[in-house]
Design a protein around this ligand. Structure first.
Ligand SMILES: CC(C)NC[C@H](O)COc1ccc(S(N)(=O)=O)cc1
Ligand SMILES: [Zn+2]
Length: 240
């Protein structure tokens, strides 16, 4: 999948670190070949239990903007689906392109979407910190949701309105009472799941991916607001 322009892929000169993770045979993202996916009757429905009061802040890390949650207790959790343990939500973020032509990391039969949402959770039955779980097999569970440009997404607007405050890399602003469940598609029973890795450094193969079959829609205006967010600091372009 061509990821030109994405600043956090191996194709880009800003990429620091190994191009291939030693023994990397579970690297994400992947192309999901729908007709080759196999139905698994053992899979349970996904069970998300998010508490909006754990929402803390939104920040621009230079690659994307992240909404971070208080993960010091089992208050916003994910279980069920392919998972045997309880996982704690720590953050969600998006991957956008610079045009609607591309942006998603996973693809469906080679089809790119304008953007992809990742809700990142870590295994709180087995580990006590995200940083610990990120290095371990079965440490993380990430829900991927494809975005398409269409009707306005009411729930997303609160997030879009906060973006001007984090225009430049490194900026952080308080962001509270946001329920990430509003970003999930109406049907969360249909998903593809596979064992993969983080899609950006440290690329560790610790992720159970759960990619939703149903996408969500956001309006063109909402997408333009996202393109306004700059991923370099204070107006000067860095790097290559
Ligand atoms: C090494 C520690 C300190 N920092 C790691 C950093 O948070 C990276 O975390 C992540 C978390 C999620 C993803 S993705 N796109 O696969 O959902 C990628 C990197
Ligand atoms: Zn991601």
């Amino acid at each position: 999948v061509q990821e030109a322009g994405e600043y956090n892929t191996k194709m880009h000169p800003m990429w620091q670190g190994p191009l291939v993770v030693p023994g990397g045979d579970r690297q994400s993202p992947i192309d999901i070949v729908v007709r080759k996916s196999v139905f698994d009757s053992e899979l349970k429905p996904l069970l998300t239990n998010y508490d909006p009061r754990t929402c803390q802040q939104i920040w621009n890390n230079g690659y994307s903007f992240l909404v971070e949650y208080d993960d010091t207790a089992d208050k916003s959790t994910l279980e069920g689906g392919p998972l045997q343990d309880k996982f704690r939500l720590c953050q969600f973020h998006f991957h956008w392109g610079e045009s609607n032509a591309w942006g998603s990391e996973h693809t469906l039969d080679r089809r790119l979407f304008p953007a992809e949402l990742h809700l990142v959770h870590w295994n709180s039955n087995k580990y006590s910190l995200f940083e610990e779980a990120v290095m371990e097999e079965n440490g993380l569970a990430v829900i991927g949701v494809f975005l398409k440009v269409g009707k306005r997404h009411e729930g997303l607007q609160k997030l879009v309105d906060a973006l001007p405050a984090i225009r430049h890399k490194g900026s952080v602003v308080e962001f509270t009472k946001f329920d990430p469940a509003c970003l999930l598609p109406t049907n969360t029973d249909d998903y593809w799941t596979y064992h993969g890795s983080l899609t950006t450094p440290p690329l560790t193969e610790s992720v159970t991916w759960i990619v939703m079959k149903q996408h969500i829609e956001v309006s063109h205006d909402q997408v333009c607001e996202v393109y306004e967010v700059k991923y370099f600091s204070h107006g000067c372009y860095q790097g290559f």
